[in-house]
Ligand binder design. Structure first.
Ligand SMILES: Cc1ncc(COP(=O)(O)O)c(C=O)c1O
Length: 387
């Protein structure tokens, strides 16, 4: 069987390594050193964080304390994103400005906004002071064009690496080495995955870690959080086994009820807690082994529900596509009050997108993924996918 979620990016060895990992302070420090080297920032301008959203929040607060953004200003973000990004912006007292996805000449919609769409929005919305690039699924944007817009309009850039750690822009630079801040999420299914956690890196001397964030007194994840993060890959591998007899949903329901697992979108934003030592050890190992491949493949299909049903009949569990609404997950979408009329490409994309995993390595699994692709191709939107 092929899965998108349920820690299917973990091999049996990864699962064991994860659940029985032990770490100490030196692992934590070594991960910070790796971030410093990789993203070219000094150690006192970066920190490991509780989650990706905490990292984005801290970067925004740092910009505010440096006087470069003020309360009520707007942050331009991908029109197709995760609620976590929005949460960080709101908590900082700022507002999101959604930028619609790029549609190329052939009519194809891409999973990121273009520099041209950003510039159009800036001309209408003078409160935009900062923009976030997330390089959705690991598909990189044309950074040179963004650099031009950034300089012309004096904007700050946050590179959100949740989907794209280790990937490169078309001009050869590594993602995370261009903006004023680099934010990582180590949440489930992300490029660096220790079930939860993150990191913020401030690049350039102008910005300091915010005052409310005291690295010296940070608590490490503790209590219920640690067994939860440790055992998730085991719970998920049981769920994958149970999927063969269609019992994975009751199992996951039970785990949620017992609060032994949490939904990815429900990770918390915290500024007084950080990841544990063993998570730092695993994250460092993943950094050392990062492959330069996309996190997920994507396709636009005419009728997603039908296509997923057919895939399910053939043993594929691909329901957890990112994202099935413009600001996912769906259970929070109504409260977002998303401006659908201004973002037709993002709305259309979210209604038709389907993902395929890129992490399966065995010959057998690769063949299964290739077979899934054949099913998807029969449903794929052809030519102009402009709805
Ligand atoms: C693009 C993007 N950025 C940031 C995040 C935040 O991650 P976290 O759940 O670690 O707060 C997510 C989470 O799904 C995401 O998809």
């Amino acid at each position: 069987m092929i899965f998108l979620g349920l820690a299917s990016n973990y091999t049996a060895l990864d699962t064991l390594r994860h659940s029985f990992a032990l770490g100490d302070k030196s692992d934590y420090q070594n991960l910070e050193k790796e971030l410093s080297r990789r993203y070219d920032a000094s150690l006192d301008h970066l920190s490991l964080t509780f989650s990706g959203r905490s990292a984005i929040y801290l970067a925004l607060k740092s910009f505010m304390e440096a006087g470069r953004i003020n309360k009520g200003d707007h942050v331009a973000i991908n029109g197709f994103t995760c609620h976590a990004v929005l949460e960080a912006i709101k908590k900082a007292g700022l507002e999101p400005a959604y930028v619609d996805l790029e549609k190329v000449v052939s009519g194809q919609i891409l999973p990121n906004y273009s520099a041209e769409n950003l510039e159009k929005l800036i001309k209408k919305d003078k409160k935009i002071k900062c923009f976030i690039l997330q390089n959705t699924f690991g598909f990189p944007v044309d950074i040179r064009r963004f650099k031009k817009v950034k300089e012309e309009h004096d904007l700050l850039l946050i590179e959100d690496l949740a989907h794209c750690a280790g990937r490169k822009y078309p001009d050869g630079r590594e993602i995370g080495t261009v903006g004023e801040a680099t934010c990582l999420s180590f949440g489930k299914g992300k490029s660096i995955d220790t079930i939860n956690g993150g990191a913020v890196v401030l690049r350039g001397k102008e910005f300091e870690l915010p005052k409310e964030f005291d690295k010296a007194t940070l608590k490490r994840r503790s209590g219920g959080d640690i067994p939860r993060a440790s055992w998730y890959p085991v719970f998920a591998s049981i769920a994958r086994g149970l999927a063969h007899i269609h019992l994975e949903r009751p199992w996951l329901g039970l785990l949620l009820k017992l609060r032994w697992i949490e939904r990815s979108a429900d990770a918390k934003l915290s500024t007084d807690t950080t990841i544990s030592y063993w998570q730092a050890k695993l994250a460092l190992r993943q950094f050392e082994n990062l492959k330069n491949s996309a996190l997920r493949e994507f396709f636009l299909v005419d009728n997603r529900e039908e296509c997923l049903k057919e895939l399910r009949r053939h043993g594929y569990r691909l329901e957890e596509s990112w994202y099935d609404v413009p600001v996912a997950p769906e259970r929070y979408y109504k409260s977002v009050k998303y401006p659908e009329k201004d973002n037709p490409n993002a709305v259309y994309f979210s209604q038709h997108v389907l993902n395929l995993p890129t992490w399966y390595e065995s010959k057998y699994h690769k063949k299964q993924v290739a077979n899934a692709k054949k099913i998807i191709k029969a449903h794929e939107l052809k030519g102009e996918n402009n709805g």
